[in-house]
Design a binder for this molecule. Structure first.
Ligand code: COA
Length: 168
């Protein structure tokens, strides 16, 4: 069942009390959040950054956090939907809310980075389990691939794909 139009699903601003539930959501996605350093950075972001959560019947089932640059750009820094609820329109609802909010504040561009298609470790397993699905998601909700950047996350890191969404 899709939650794309479901009024039981609410998207509201992230508050610090949501942080532990966000940590739990991340633990349902070991394939995507396999690195302890990544989980720690995400845990920090949900405690300190602005963000939004998707709430279904009172339960937080997805979130995203953001960071802004200049007065033009907002980057999605972390995003996850609980494994049991993936593929049912919750991510799309989070992006739609984010887009409305930042557009109203006058920002011009949404930015997100994810693992690039050239990353060899991404070729194993079914596409829907890995970052091919994440790239497909971002493009389905309106992001355009901009550039692959080697070492985007620092020395020894995997190549990133940057995607942008212009805001009208
Ligand atoms: C990526 C993620 C946030 C997307 O949220 P979601 O709720 O699963 O996505 P939605 O159901 O809203 O999908 C929206 C659209 O994306 C596309 N999409 C989603 N999952 C897809 C998949 N596995 N394969 C292909 N396309 C997909 C579909 O076109 C879908 O369109 P539809 O609404 O017409 O069906 C979520 O799946 C997730 O947490 N993934 C693991 C962690 C992750 O990758 N986080 C981002 C790190 S950069």
């Amino acid at each position: 069942m899709s939650f794309a139009q479901d009024s039981r699903l609410e998207v509201r601003p992230l508050i610090v009390n949501d942080a532990e539930t966000c940590d739990q959501i991340v633990l349902t996605l070991p394939r995507h959040f396999g690195l302890e350093s990544g989980r720690r950075a995400c845990a920090q972001a949900v405690r300190t950054s602005e963000g939004w959560v998707a709430v279904l019947d009172g339960r937080v089932v997805g979130f995203l956090t953001v960071q802004s640059y200049f007065d033009t750009t907002v980057e999605i820094t972390w995003m996850a939907v609980h494994a049991e609820f993936r593929g049912r329109g919750i991510g799309r609802r989070l992006i739609e809310r984010l887009r409305r909010e930042v557009q109203a504040r006058g920002y011009r561009l949404l930015l997100v980075s994810t693992l690039a298609p050239s990353y060899e470790g991404d070729t194993e397993g079914p596409a829907e389990e890995g970052y091919a699905a994440t790239r497909a998601f971002y493009q389905a909700v309106g992001f355009l691939p901009l550039q692959e950047v080697p070492l985007y996350w620092g020395v020894g890191s995997q190549p990133a794909l940057l995607l942008v969404m212009p805001l009208q």
